[in-house]
Design a protein around this ligand. Structure first.
Ligand code: PLP
Length: 476
């Protein structure tokens, strides 16, 4: 696009924007089983209006926009209460789970810098199932991630393995409630005891689980321990834009007290410009997400959330049972809430995902690791819960189809990848491989199975380089 010489009409612009969505997957029909959390028309409408009513206000300066200070402190306090923090607990709204996690890691790093200047190379201990946001934080903030394997049956980390990974350089322990990949909750109470014993900070990533699990507990479901009532937990991240059903751009990072939180806040008066005090990564920021979150918490209320959560849990149980009943498919582990993944020992799940996609469904592919088989992930939410029967119907048909189709030969793909890796010019080898798997430059592929097969066969480090190259080509 070029900026047009003369501006266009509102009608033309909005129609064109709508037209851009033509190839998007239809989340409104409840067929996309991740990425979008849809609370239904009325709550979404209230959120949208609240969001737009604060679109232009700037969260950069609460002295100019005290309304945003009020919105933020209200929402943070409500979530702290839900996660059973006491009056000493504090927090901030951020743009999402990644920002909340990055801030928790920065806080731990800067606290360690102040209190343990002898630690030159800080480390954080995290399960293999911890979200990639921790790796991103490690990369940005120069903290070494020390990865701990998980139990390949339960997909949870073992507390004693976390303990064994602690060194004099450890500044932070991490666990998930639940992990995204298999939806299981790590042994938070046991890890909390280690944190206390060793005087370490301990972050619980409840980005997906915070609200959903807390309401499940109120509904008397069996919910594992994960919140501020657990001794040793010093910070928690919980996203409102996931199972809080708020508009995107809203998460909470919470700390047990202000003594910890102070290391999160950044101030700068060293320039010729205005005084800058930023508790979060973003500086200028719209008040939209704060207002959207404030609105939906108040619109749904406890009653509304409980109703949603009950429906979503019923749908999840039915879906997992239905998947386990399909010959060749098996749900992994014992998921704690409404997120899970399933594998197949008899068909290629990447191929299955492609076939389902052709039928309008999006199930998310997850690569294999030494402790997890390749699998497809499903996050059930209110907007998809109504489609359990339809999804199972198409899954059964698609499994049959994939079983009868020509299977991708994983051995051949592995051999091709290994041969490509012999090359001295990896960049060229990657480009050749991209052509072979049918990955068009500057465009999105329509089928993913073969591409996923190749990516799964690549060692992690090289897979990352391959993906970086691909995105470097895809975007302008
Ligand atoms: C457990 C967990 N933590 C963190 C994140 C990152 O959240 P975001 O995508 O909002 O940055 C996710 C995203 O799915 C997640 O599942």
């Amino acid at each position: 696009m070029h900026i047009p010489e003369k501006g266009k009409s509102k009608e033309e612009i909005l129609a064109t924007l709508q037209a851009f969505k033509v190839r998007d997957m239809d989340w409104k029909a409840g067929k996309v089983w991740c990425y979008v959390y849809d609370p239904g028309e009325d709550p979404a409408e209230v959120t949208r209006e609240a969001y737009l009513s604060f679109l232009s206000e700037n969260g950069l300066d609460p002295t100019v926009f005290p309304s945003l200070l009020k919105l933020e402190t209200d929402v943070v306090r409500a979530v702290i209460d839900l996660l059973r923090g006491d009056s000493n607990a504090v927090g901030h709204l951020t743009s999402g789970g990644t920002e909340s996690i990055m801030l928790a890691v920065k806080t731990a790093r800067d606290k360690a810098r102040a209190e343990h200047p002898e630690i030159a190379e800080p480390e954080m201990v995290l399960p293999k199932t911890a979200h990639a946001a921790f790796h991103k934080a490690a990369h940005y903030l120069c903290v070494k991630p020390v990865l701990v394997d998980i139990d390949p049956q339960t997909f949870k980390v073992r507390a004693e393995d976390m303990r064994a990974a602690v060194t004099p350089n450890t500044i932070l322990l991490v666990a998930s409630a639940p992990s995204y990949s298999q939806g299981v909750v790590d042994p938070i109470a046991e890890i909390g005891r280690i944190a206390q014993e060793k005087n370490l900070l301990f972050h619980v990533d409840a980005c997906v689980g915070g609200l959903h699990l807390a309401f499940m507990r109120k509904l008397d479901y069996d919910v594992p321990d994960f919140d501020f009532t657990i001794p040793g937990v010093t910070s928690i991240s919980t996203d409102l834009h996931k199972y809080g059903y708020a508009a995107k751009g809203c998460s909470v990072v919470m700390y047990r007290n202000k003594d910890i939180r102070r290391y999160q806040i950044f101030a700068c008066t060293e320039t010729t410009g205005y005084t800058l005090i930023n508790p979060t990564v973003l500086s200028s920021k719209t008040g939209g997400p704060m207002a959207g979150a404030w609105a939906i918490l108040n619109f749904l209320g406890e009653e509304g959330y409980k109703k949603i959560i009950k429906q979503v849990q019923d749908a999840t149980q039915k879906l997992m049972a239905g998947i386990n009943a399909i010959d060749g498919l098996q749900v992994l582990g014992e998921p704690a809430m409404c997120m899970f993944s399933f594998k197949s020992d008899t068909i290629n799940v990447y191929h299955l995902a492609d076939i389902m996609r052709k039928r309008g469904w999006y199930l998310q592919e997850q690569f294999s690791t030494p402790s997890t088989p390749r699998n497809l992930h499903i996050s059930v939410n209110y907007g998809t819960a109504r489609n359990v029967d339809a999804l199972l119907h198409d899954l059964r048909k698609s499994v049959k189809f994939v079983r009868q189709a020509i299977q991708i030969n994983s051995g051949e793909v592995k051999a091709m990848v290994e041969q490509a890796l012999q090359s001295t010019d990896l960049e060229a080898a990657f480009r050749r491989m991209a052509r072979v798997v049918g990955l068009p430059e500057n465009e999105l592929p329509s089928e993913m199975a073969f591409i996923n097969e190749v990516l799964d066969a690549l060692p992690d480090e090289l897979c990352n380089v391959f993906l970086v190259n691909y995105f470097n080509d895809l975007y302008v």
